[in-house]
Design a protein around this ligand. Sequence first.
Ligand SMILES: [Fe+2]
Length: 335
Amino acid sequence: MKTFTNRVPYKEFLSIVPHPVIIESLTNKYPVVIEKVEGIAKSRHTLGKIIPKLQHVQMKEYGYHTGLLKNENLVHTHVNPLVDQVTAPSKHEEEKYPETYRKHAWPQVEGYQEAVRDIFGVIQQCAHVMAGHLDGHVIKTLKPDASKYQSLVQMTKESQMTTARSFYYRERRASEDGNKPSFNFHYDRMNMSACIKDFFYLNGQEIEQPDGAGLIFNTKNKERYQLRLKEDEVGFHIGMTYHILSAGIIPAHAHAVYLPNTEGLSRASQAFFFSPSPHIEITPPVQFDNIASSLPEDEGVVPKHIGLTNWQPGMKYTDWNEAIVRGFKKVFFNE
Ligand SMILES: [Fe+2]
């Protein structure tokens, strides 16, 4: 399968804002890859020794598990701790927004929280810089009334809801159709998502990323690409929240997870999702009526309408978040 080639060296990432390669990639629905990010390879190596242990952790031993995937013959562990901490302003709010204020606990795996937080420290810095690239491009393109544009830099710095999600997928049964995704095409709901190089194992031994395995993106020109990162790289892609806040200038990226039908194969990944704080209004700075049609129906997203038809200008992130999570659970999980 084709792989992405657009890469931005870390030093350029820090100095050229907005970087033309970042904008070209993200507007065409490719993730963008920052290369030679300092501090990532070592922290990733530490996490790599710990992350396989997640598959043995009982669901009840940690705070939040979205459950087993519907109609899928594979084991899917999904650890979803908040690296930020958001506290409900009242008991009423806590009950009204169970997904937003859900209590999270880290699984009891020695060194896991420290390893994830180490990586998060580096990725959070990258996310602040990435937000500056996006703000620069959107402001230049839309020329919005300054009082109406919500700065992504500010939103990223003030966010209290960033999640660090570890996924663990184990192999399908031999009878399964190897071409079926492990997690079907979807848009992330957040502003942006970041990931590091996945871990693949064959019968417990770490192996290189197999062809066609891992995150697959559907680009604007309807080509499918595999994301293939190196140990010292960070990939970023865009979610529905920033799609709306940028009035579609920076579109959400349709993506899926594939795991080839190979006995003994498993995949672990570590992703970070940058969300606005709960009270932020998800309203673009200019008139933007065509939200559903700006995310094409032929991108393979199942179902096409998740989150999109629920959005109204002036909606708070909490309200939208609750509606989307309920939608996702109905479609993807046995809940
Ligand atoms: Fe995703």
